[in-house]
Design a protein around this ligand. Structure first.
Ligand code: ZN
Length: 145
C-alpha cells in the first residue's frame, strides 16, 4: 500500500484472514486490511470474530462507520445499556471520541468498518496501550503477509 492517494481494489475472497494482534482482543478475532488513506488518516478493514470474542477497551479518535454482514455485536454496552446491538444486516456510526469499553460478539460475526483516524487502546485507567492508525495497521498487515 502506497503512501499517496490512489485507486484500489481488493478481491476479498482471495485474501486470507489474519489473526488480529494479541492484546487488542480476546478470543479469536481475524481481520483483512482493505485500504489505508494516508491523506485522510482513514483505514478500512473487514473483521471476523468467533462467538464470545471481544475487542479490548479503546477510544475512536475519529469517527467510524461499519456494516455488520454476519452475526451480532454489542457496542457500548448494547441496546439494553444505551449502546447498540448490531445485528446483521446492520449499519452503525461511531462518533469521534466514542469510547468502547467492551465490544463483544454474541455469535460468529463479520463486519466491514472504515475508521477516520486511529483507535486509542487504553488500560482501565485510560493510559494508552496502543495507538492504532493507518500506518500501524499497514505495518501490522505487511508483517503478517
Ligand atoms: Zn470501537
Amino acid at each position: 500500500m502506497a503512501e499517496a492517494a490512489m485507486d484500489d481494489y481488493v478481491q476479498m475472497d482471495e485474501v486470507d484472514w489474519v489473526v488480529f494482534p494479541e492484546g487488542l482482543c480476546s478470543g479469536l478475532v481475524e481481520w483483512k486490511l482493505l485500504h489505508v488513506s494516508p491523506e485522510t488518516g482513514a483505514w478500512t478493514a473487514a473483521f471476523r470474530a468467533e462467538k464470545g470474542a471481544s475487542i479490548a477497551r479503546h477510544i475512536h479518535v475519529g469517527p467510524g462507520e461499519y456494516y455488520m454482514t454476519k452475526g451480532v455485536m454489542q457496542v457500548r454496552g448494547g441496546a439494553d445499556e444505551g449502546g447498540a446491538t448490531a445485528r446483521a444486516p446492520g449499519y452503525g456510526y461511531e462518533a469521534c471520541n466514542a469510547q468502547h469499553d467492551y465490544t463483544v460478539f454474541e455469535e460468529d460475526s463479520e463486519l466491514y468498518m472504515t475508521f477516520l483516524g486511529p483507535l486509542n487502546f487504553t488500560d482501565d485507567d485510560g493510559n494508552t496501550i496502543a495507538l492504532v492508525g493507518w500506518r500501524e495497521v499497514s505495518e501490522a498487515w505487511q508483517a503478517a503477509a
